[in-house]
Write a protein that binds this ligand. Structure first.
Ligand SMILES: Cc1cc2nc3c(=O)[nH]c(=O)nc-3n(C[C@H](O)[C@H](O)[C@H](O)COP(=O)(O)O)c2cc1C
Ligand code: SF4
Length: 520
């Protein structure tokens, strides 16, 4: 007897939750019943509290069971999961789960649905339609389609992707490069990893479109040693794309060339900064370069380079497939399209939630995320990684929008949210921000290299109650120096978590200080 198609995720989150053991137990259970197993190792849907989530294809759609332990398998098979039978672990038709149903999945449309390394699956779900259209449009019209979409860089700075591509395409050169920033150092973030592990051809297609659009024949993906599985999946996918004529000298028979390689960094936070990344990619120490020149003019090996975040590049296929106008119709203000928001920290329903810009922060934390995992009241959310502000609950009406966040001295960054309950001590978190900066500083400029160490010392004195007033004044002054005098955003943005903690939670510092000018 042949079994229906069963899915058990194979990405790092699901595997960490025991998905490999579940898959082995399931295979053995099916064999013992004389059933030929048809188990597809998909990627996670991004509903992490349900992992490992088994899905079974039925007439009603894909029915899910989770979180499954190996010891649940016999019981599940006995209950008849191959027919989508009911069971205490059954979560119903997966597409109907409200967490998934409320999303607008454009960039993550295939995540969790397909076999990551099956080109057939990829193409059956819209894959490579974007590249075909880009070849038909030609380079400049492809760039203009991305401009039209309103896509802004998903790595942190929110710079318009199409404008960056225009600059690189216009820069005279014998060689241009596409560099994918997959360093993903922000706390609570995993969107880049999930795409590499669960939909690698999407990134390959996006980079190929970028290459053809700006006249670059070579691309590199720069990721980190903490992502070994993503690296392996990407290498296999690149090989398959080459074999299928989707990378190489004659892409889809067009006569156009583009190829790409993986590179792994050691995992320094500063190597996510684009110029430090380029240094590292060239085999040097990850030291930030002074700008100008911009990487778009002189980037990798001093050649014009498009350096984009992985999510920016993986969003390009859907833009080319459905059109720039289709994409820009989602969102609010100057924040167009969708954002894969990664909800992490002390949260009940942690995972990935892709939605159009504009959703209020509080809705993400309470309605989608279900509040804290500890069941205690939410105290704050750090948005946008370690350089992002702590937002208190009275700011939870802030819409997820670049400009609305900037108005609160906060960051959207790479879309990570880290939730804290009322037991968190924000003075400790402010100290952590300074310590993190001291640890990760590349050392090139004084405000960051020396300032962060002095910041830790000053915060220690504040926390110990030593000359609090004077040390808080000193800390505020130091933060302004770091903001204005640092060469890159590592030193320049570390003051934001520090000042937001001080401004919104003065009681944690043992005093009610005057509001620092920049922090409301
Ligand atoms: C300290 C620091 C770390 C950064 N880390 C990342 C990162 O991990 N991934 C990323 O895409 N961008 C990161 N950035 C932003 C990059 O410098 C750059 O803006 C981005 O790769 C450009 O791509 P985008 O326009 O698609 O966002 C970082 C910036 C700084 C200052
Ligand atoms: S701010 Fe820090 S990380 Fe950035 S260049 Fe200066 S020393 Fe290096």
């Amino acid at each position: 007897m042949k079994s229906p198609r069963i899915f058990v995720p194979n990405d790092a989150t699901a595997v960490a939750c025991g998905a490999d053991r579940v898959a082995r137990k399931l295979e053995a259970g099916l064999l013992a019943r004389g059933i030929t197993a048809d188990i597809t190792r998909n990627g996670s849907r991004g509903l992490f509290w349900l992992e490992p989530l088994i899905e079974v294809e039925t007439e009603r759609g894909r029915v899910g069971y989770g979180p499954v332990k190996p010891s649940d398998i016999e019981d599940l098979l006995h209950a008849g999961i191959l027919h989508g039978a009911d069971h205490p672990l059954c979560v119903g038709v997966v597409e109907e789960i409200p967490y998934l149903k409320k999303q607008t999945r454009l960039t993550f449309a295939r995540i969790g649905i397909i076999d990551p390394l099956s080109l057939t699956d990829y193409k059956a779900h819209g894959g490579y339609r974007g590249l075909e259209r880009a070849i038909t449009l030609g380079p400049s019209a492809t760039v203009e389609e991305v401009v039209e979409s309103g896509l802004r860089g998903r790595g942190g700075a929110g710079f318009p992707t199409g404008i960056k591509w225009r600059t690189v395409a216009a820069a005279p050169a014998d060689q241009r490069y596409i560099v994918c920033n997959a360093d993903e150092g922000d706390s609570g973030t995993f969107a880049d990893r999930l795409i590499m592990e669960a939909d690698p051809f999407c990134l390959i297609e996006g980079m190929t479109i970028a290459g053809l659009a700006v006249g670059a024949t070579k691309g590199y993906v720069y990721s980190r040693s903490e992502y070994p599985l993503a690296f392996v999946v990407m290498e296999k996918a690149i090989e398959k794309a080459r074999e299928a004529g989707l990378l190489g000298d004659n892409i889809l028979g067009s006569g156009l060339a583009f190829d790409m390689e993986m590179r792994m960094g050691a995992g320094a936070y500063v190597c996510g900064e684009e110029t430090a990344l380029l240094e590292s990619l060239e085999g040097k120490r990850g030291l930030v370069r002074a700008k100008p020149p911009l990487p778009a003019h002189k980037g990798l090996f001093q050649k014009p380079t498009v350096i984009n975040n992985l999510v920016s590049l993986a969003t390009v296929p859907v833009i080319l497939d459905k059109g720039g106008k289709y994409y820009r119709d989602f969102g609010m203000g100057r924040s167009r399209g969708t954002m894969p928001i990664q909800i992490a920290g002390n949260i009940k329903f942690g995972g990935l939630f892709e939605t159009a810009f504009g959703i209020p922060l509080g809705e993400l934390v309470y309605d989608i995320g279900g509040g804290t995992a500890s069941g205690r009241p939410v105290k704050a959310v750090q948005a946008g990684g370690p350089l992002g502000a702590y937002l208190p609950t009275h700011q939870f009406d802030t819409p997820f929008d670049y400009e609305a966040f900037t108005a609160k001295d906060a960051l959207i960054g790479h879309g990570g949210l880290v939730v804290f309950d009322d037991t968190a001590d924000l003075a400790d978190m402010a100290r952590f921000a300074m310590e993190f900066c001291a640890h990760e500083s590349c050392g090139k400029c004084t405000p960051c290299r020396i300032g962060s160490t002095r910041g830790v010392e000053t915060l220690d004195k504040v926390i110990a109650g030593e000359k609090r007033e004077q040390n808080l004044a000193l800390l505020t002054d130091l933060c302004h120096t770091m903001k204005l005098g640092s060469l890159c955003a590592l030193g320049g943005f570390t003051p934001y978590p520090v000042l937001s903690a001080l401004n919104h939670f003065p009681e944690d510092f043992g005093v009610a200080p005057k509001l620092p000018a920049a922090a409301e």
